[in-house]
Write a protein that binds this ligand. Structure first.
Ligand code: B12
Ligand code: SF4
Length: 498
């Protein structure tokens, strides 16, 4: 038996629920008899500071330290890896970013990289490190050998039968690290019911799950729901799959299983594509507790949808939103802005579509300025023209995220990606930029007016305007005024509750 420490590195994002990647890895390692400790340093209430984590790792003295890496916060993660390296315990990296850029991860202090899905690889790796046997027969690894030469054992085949995986080890993620439960959003409610997506959008990274999709059986997914319900009293589930309804029959079976179980009072939400559903299935989903669906629509411009390989028929998409909304399922719709080829006409087409679908949309996603993720076709098409190589470790973008940890109020309330629009990846003409701002402001206003009673919406909209004005005068002025307002509001609330 070995001890293993798995870490979600520090970042400017806050995890509201346990990250399922570490939870899956911990589950297979525990199943093999190992002792696993987790530190989610990006949790909403992190268990310790990044420096304290190093002391904890020293005391725990694991066989290896595993770190999950993704593109956005790679820089602070690499900085932290340089510190924890001093412990001289092997650092194993995995996740979307090192699956592609394994040599970069090794250069930045990782000893071993696990490429692609990690469950089988980590079990074999642990056995080998424990017994001191060679690593070169284990597929899915990149490491430096005794001569400091980088060895690559090739990609491991995707897991064929996902039902064989144990359920994620959520017991290793204490509840108090995360946000409070609500009737529709619960800390332990996230589930992956399959891996991958049948589509191939050019901005979407496929380097972990590969092309196409694999599904868990409806029975296996339902068993996990029952387990979470009994163990943690979860009554609200969130399917994190890229395209939950890619297999319509399986969703149908899952709804049957839920509907046929007496006394099971649950609700659930999912993400899927607008061309992967049917009205009768939506009805069944609603009956089995589906209360919200996130659909990615991305653009109102047919040419853009074609160029990003989205293949959505806009008329059908509008129809599906109407069906969903009419059934009483909340709709949340994602739009992307700032394609490198965007013109005033393409952005206006998206704004027109926003207006058309607004009656059937409960929320628009308040994020979505295009990020060219390495390993995607879009990135490859643009990398030379827009000098995109290594943007993830250039200070420009690191600063962009780190300095905006405290976003101005108008951004937090309206649209979180404004910073990316102002100082982003692609040069937009002033007219395109203005129109994107118009579209994203529409989204912010819609979300407030749709989901807040009018007597509260009006002050919110006023505060957004004030915040924007102060920010334009000077960002620090906005920070000062809204900082004072937030403190005053907290005091009033505290007094009232006394
Ligand atoms: C849920 C999710 C989120 C949630 C995160 C919640 C959370 N903390 O879990 C939210 C909404 C916050 C989010 C935000 C963003 N996300 Co996101 N997200 C996802 C999503 C849909 C699922 C992640 C997941 O749980 N996967 C399930 C697990 C089992 O898979 P996995 O993470 O890949 O882990 C496996 C392997 O990678 C490996 N592994 C992973 N970590 C480790 C560690 C070790 C030590 C080892 C050995 C192995 C290993 O083993 C795991 C098990 O097989 C993925 C898409 C996807 N299909 O994975 C995108 C994805 C991870 N997101 C992505 C992006 C781009 C973003 C955003 C930038 C979007 C935006 N514009 O804001 C932000 C950035 C957030 C950040 N923190 O950096 C990209 C990342 C690309 C990249 N190269 O890093 C992905 C892959 C989407 C895509 N297809 O392009 N995201
Ligand atoms: S539909 Fe979503 S998950 Fe599937 S390829 Fe396109 S962006 Fe990726």
């Amino acid at each position: 038996m070995a001890r293993i420490l798995l870490v979600f590195p520090p970042s400017a994002y806050r995890n509201h629920t346990p990250p399922l990647n570490l939870a899956y890895l911990a589950a297979v390692l525990e199943k093999d008899g190992h002792e696993v400790q987790i530190l989610d340093l990006s949790a909403f209430h992190p268990p310790c500071t990044p420096d304290e984590a190093i002391a904890i790792a020293r005391d725990f003295n694991p066989l290896w330290i595993g770190i999950t890496l993704n593109v956005i916060f790679i820089k602070p993660a690499y900085e932290w890896i340089q510190k924890i390296r001093t412990l001289k315990i092997p650092i194993v990296a995995g996740g979307p970013h090192p699956s592609l850029l394994f040599d970069e991860a090794i250069e930045n202090g990782c000893d071993i990289v696990v490429r692609g899905e990690g469950e089988q690889t980590v079990c074999e790796l642990t056995r080998a490190l424990h017994q001191g046997t060679p690593l070169d027969t284990i597929p899915g690894l990149v490491f430096r050998d005794d001569h400091r030469t980088i060895r690559n054992t090739g990609f491991r085949k995707p897991i064929a039968d996902l039902d064989e995986l144990p359920f994620p080890a959520k017991h290793l993620f204490p509840r108090h690290w995360y946000t409070d439960d609500s009737p529709t959003y619960q800390v332990y409610g996230a589930i992956f019911s399959g891996r991958g997506c049948p589509a191939a959008c050019t901005y979407c990274y496929k380097g972990v799950f590969g092309p196409g999709c694999r599904f868990r059986s409806a029975e296996n997914v339902f068993e996990e729901m029952l387990f979470l319900n009994r163990t943690y009293n979860v009554t609200a589930f969130e399917f994190m799959d890229d395209a939950f309804s890619a297999d319509l029959d399986r969703v149908d079976q899952l709804c049957d299983l839920i509907n046929r179980t007496p006394g099971l009072d649950i609700c659930w939400q999912c993400t899927t594509r607008l061309d992967l559903t049917r009205p009768d299935l939506l009805q069944k989903m609603k009956k089995s507790g589906c209360f919200r669906i996130f659909y990615g629509l991305e653009s109102g411009d047919q040419d853009t949808l074609f160029r990003v390989n989205k293949h959505l028929d806009l008329n059908h998409a509008i129809q599906v939103l109407e069906w969903t909304h009419t059934l009483g399922i909340r709709t949340i719709v994602g739009f992307m802005w700032g394609f490198p080829w965007d013109s005033p006409a393409s952005v206006k087409a998206s704004i027109r579509l926003l207006r058309t679908i607004a009656p059937f949309v409960d929320e628009f996603n308040p994020l979505g300025i295009l990020i060219p993720v390495p390993g995607t076709r879009l990135f490859e098409d643009c990398r030379n023209r827009y000098h995109l190589d290594h943007w993830w470790i250039e200070d420009r973008f690191g600063r962009l995220y780190r300095d905006n940890v405290v976003f101005p109020y108008f951004q937090r309330r309206f649209y979180n990606d404004f910073a990316l629009l102002n100082d982003g990846f692609f040069p937009y003409s002033p007219q395109v930029r203005r129109l994107i701002r118009k579209g994203t402001s529409f989204i912010g206003r819609h979300n407030v007016l749709r989901n807040t009673p009018l007597y509260r919406a009006i002050p919110v909209l006023g505060a957004v305007m004030l915040s924007r004005l102060l920010f334009l005068i000077h960002p620090r002025l906005e920070q000062f005024v809204f900082g004072c307002l937030t403190t005053a509001r907290a005091r009033v609330r505290k007094k009232r509750t006394r």
